[in-house]
Design a protein around this ligand. Sequence first.
Ligand SMILES: NC(=O)c1ccc[n+]([C@@H]2O[C@H](COP(=O)([O-])OP(=O)(O)OC[C@H]3O[C@@H](n4cnc5c(N)ncnc54)[C@H](OP(=O)(O)O)[C@@H]3O)[C@@H](O)[C@H]2O)c1
Length: 342
Amino acid sequence: MIVTVLNPIVATVCQVFSAGYLLLKSYIHNRWRTPIECHCQNRVRGKVVVITGATSGIGKFTALDLARKGALVYLACRNREAGAKFAKEVTRATGNQDVHFLHLDLTDFSSVVAFVQDFLRCEEKLDVLVNNAAIFHHPPKQTQHNLEIIFQTNYLGVFLLTSLLLDTARRTPNSRIIFVSSESHRLVSVRDVETFDPSEPVRVEKFDDHVRLYGISKLSLRIFAQFVAERFPGIQVTEVNPGNVWTPIYRYAWLSWCDMLTRLLCSQLMRNVQEGAQPLIHALNSASLHSGIYLSDNLEVEEKPSYDPAVTRKLVAASVKLVRRYLEGTPKEISVIFQNED
Ligand SMILES: NC(=O)c1ccc[n+]([C@@H]2O[C@H](COP(=O)([O-])OP(=O)(O)OC[C@H]3O[C@@H](n4cnc5c(N)ncnc54)[C@H](OP(=O)(O)O)[C@@H]3O)[C@@H](O)[C@H]2O)c1
């Protein structure tokens, strides 16, 4: 009886202390250094940029920055009302008339195909694709395609979107594709990616289970990003890690009363959105990054990882299989990646 009562209390205290310790450490470290800021010259003026998940957090801040710098911005958002409203707000705030909302729901493959078709009706080139949208700590759910929701949002939907835009990107000189990653990809192994079956409902009970699911989605994204960098050397691929940033991505995390202290600590000690967006802004504007690198939250460059080509082939082939039927009716030239990937 005593053990049953004490166990959750001890677990909560340990969790709060370990979260507090890690956050405090990074807070103290951040306090005694110059805030992270990208000082690159503006390299996005006049560029056609698609940014996903632009209605919130890091994407929202970056979209405003892009508009301020004179880019032609396509806000790819799942919430129609919020997306259309935000496009108007950005135009009002920046004076940039070339800010457009297009609907995109990564959990619906038909929506991804429709988004690409809508975009290609407006533009013939794509200078930058920013794959920013993602979810974390989502209540367990299978999507309408019977796929685990975090994996589909953070990886499979991005896989399809990127694949369908690759041909346009590779026809555009000096194009870039940026994948917003996360350090949590290091908390899982390639073996976890290989054995993960998104069509099987997953038991998600503890915080660690959420982190594992998110990590699998982000490691899959990393492997795919490296595949794109190798297969399409004409496109500059960058992965960025924003660090721990207090945004609505944590809306479902630490909601129970015993987690409230952790939530409070996170809200106080995590980075703000402005700083969290700097790695992404740096990837958009830097002239010195080469393709395939991973940009840390402190703007440090980590060289390409080397994943076993057999693992990459297996992941890409499995992904192609899962999305193939949604490609029917899309022009051949936009499905370039799907050739020879069976
Ligand atoms: N915040 C952090 O500590 C942290 C750490 C490491 C990495 N990251 C990464 O940073 C990126 C941005 O995250 P954030 O912290 O800015 O989160 P956020 O504030 O929750 O923004 C995520 C965006 O993704 C959109 N989104 C979610 N599901 C979608 C779907 N099915 N289709 C299209 N868009 C969808 C959301 O739309 P709604 O507005 O409609 O919800 C929102 O605009 C993500 O890739 C995340 O993994 C964040």
